[in-house]
Design a protein around this ligand. Structure first.
Ligand SMILES: [Zn+2]
Length: 413
């Protein structure tokens, strides 16, 4: 094994173990980099060298650590294209795809909308992504096989939201509590047929406090937690689509928080299962959108009680808007809810395969290709030559609607 090989292995190790740790970030950025850099970097101590920079140059801007999109592209072997506005860059290598925009928290990762903790910034002619977003959002999706072993996935704790006097959101057709329970009831036998055990936090129309739901989850061995909800908002009657939540990382704002607000610096505790929860969210969400044509509102972060208090991998699914006409009609259709249950089952199964067999979960485009009976429907092998000349691939939604969804009152932190 020659020297460069050793070095690239070392870097792989550093990324997988070091990036998740903020303390690593601090020590890295506070002392001069011992490794050479090919071009002038934002780290003043780095010295020019003929060796191509395979190193991560941590750039400190204000209170935060950032990594350049150049470094990200190099590490993951991605090829980049900047669009005509100069504000959006698309990185692609046929296997992975990442799109980020300056001054925006919105990103597209492998065909799915993501919400970063902090906006991408421009600094000395470089796109910079916060270290926390690289470690907590990009890395788990571009290298899901690096997931830490978190035991077996034997039991699924299904948590139909609301119940009893707590009706949740409503439409002219019905209430969230009943729809959520029906999806869970339809999902249970599907999961059992795949060899999972299923525990339900409620099987009937009863009120269960959030702490009790979390306690049920925490008392179930080798399990994951899937909370099922439907959305509603007063402020925008056309808000529609799917979204999925996992716990906000420590020291970061939730998706619906202002990234510049200061209240998140109180460093609320994260979760030892945070990475697994995020992987679960991505696996389930790709399946949902891969099987059902719904608007992609994205993989989001929140400190909802059931995510905060569960010590197992946990996600909260929002299966559409009861306040939107088309969404509310399909949610009222039992056959559509069965389809939703099936997509959740497939997503959960793909998470189990990832944890237990290191099998990469299928992506939205792959599910759609499979459903269409095609071998491939989106050619990720060909990075878009020019974003300004050609429309974005169909899997990338172009619009960026306002986040108007109001979180469930009883789900708030
Ligand atoms: Zn709800």
């Amino acid at each position: 094994m020659n020297a460069p090989q050793v070095r690239s292995l070392l870097l792989t190790g550093i990324l997988s173990f070091g990036l998740a740790s903020l303390s690593f970030a601090k020590s890295k950025s506070s002392k001069s980099s011992p490794k050479p850099s090919a071009k002038p970097s934002a780290t003043p101590a780095a010295k020019p060298s003929p060796t191509p920079a395979q190193d991560w140059q941590v750039v400190k801007v204000g209170p935060r650590d950032y990594l350049s999109v150049d470094d990200i592209a190099k590490f993951y072997g991605l090829i980049g294209n900047v669009d005509s506005t100069g504000k959006t860059v698309v990185l692609n290598n046929g296997r992975n795809m990442l799109q980020v925009t300056i001054d925006s928290r919105e990103a597209i990762v492998n065909g799915i909308r993501n919400w970063f903790c902090f906006p991408v910034i421009a600094h000395e002619n470089k796109f910079l992504v916060s270290r926390i977003d690289l470690a907590k959002t990009i890395e788990p999706q571009l290298r899901p096989q690096m997931i830490q072993r978190s035991g077996k996935v034997q039991t699924i704790v299904l948590d139909p939201g609301h119940g009893g006097f707590d009706k949740g959101a409503g439409s002219t057709f019905g209430n969230e509590k009943n729809y959520a329970l029906d999806v869970a009831r339809q999902l249970r036998p599907l999961l059992q047929a795949k060899g999972f055990k299923v525990v339900m936090t409620r099987e009937t129309d009863v009120f269960i406090p959030l702490e009790v739901r979390a306690r049920i989850a925490n008392a179930t061995k080798d399990s994951i937690f899937v909370s099922i909800h439907f959305n509603a908002t007063n402020s925008n009657p056309s808000a529609a689509g799917f979204e999925i939540f996992s716990l906000t990382p420590r020291g970061a704002p939730s998706t619906n928080d202002d990234a510049l607000a200061l209240h998140f610096v109180n460093m609320q505790a994260g979760s030892p299962m945070e990475a697994q929860s995020f992987e679960l969210a991505a696996a389930v969400y790709h399946s949902m959108l891969g099987h059902i044509q719904e608007f992609d509102r994205g993989i989001k972060r929140a400190r909802f009680a059931v995510l905060r208090q569960t010590q197992i991998p946990s996600v909260l699914v929002e299966g559409g808007f009861l306040s939107e006409t088309a969404d509310s009609k399909q949610i009222n259709d039992p056959a559509w809810r069965k389809q939703l249950a099936e997509s959740l089952c497939t997503g959960i199964e793909s998470y189990r395969a990832l944890v237990e067999k290191k099998q990469r979960p299928m992506l939205v485009a792959e599910y759609r290709a499979q459903n269409a009976g095609e071998i491939t429907v989106v050619d990720l092998m060909m990075p878009p030559a020019k974003l300004d000349a050609s429309p974005a691939p169909a899997i990338i939604p172009v619009t960026n609607p306002e986040t108007t969804a109001t979180p469930d009152p009883n789900q708030e932190p």
